[in-house]
Ligand binder design. Structure first.
Ligand code: SF4
Length: 63
């Protein structure tokens, strides 16, 4: 599973990072980065939860 981040859409409030800090990080400009190109199986549920809380739908789970 992968997660794609639409960085142009990201507003940098960091909800995804709060929910899943092992999957999402904000960079110095408060724009989301995805830590793993391929999300490890044990982090998939967290990755999905983080994507769901994004208020601007900037994160997409790709299977
Ligand atoms: S929750 Fe969405 S808008 Fe907020 S930092 Fe994460 S990707 Fe960006």
């Amino acid at each position: 599973m992968r997660v794609s981040a639409d960085t142009a859409r990201c507003e940098g409030h960091g909800l995804c990072e709060e929910v899943a800090p092992k999957v999402y990080e904000l960079d110095d400009d408060a724009v989301v980065t995805v830590v793993h190109e391929e999300v490890p199986p044990e982090l998939e549920r967290l990755a999905e939860a983080g994507a769901r809380v994004c208020p601007v739908a900037a994160l997409k789970v790709i299977r």
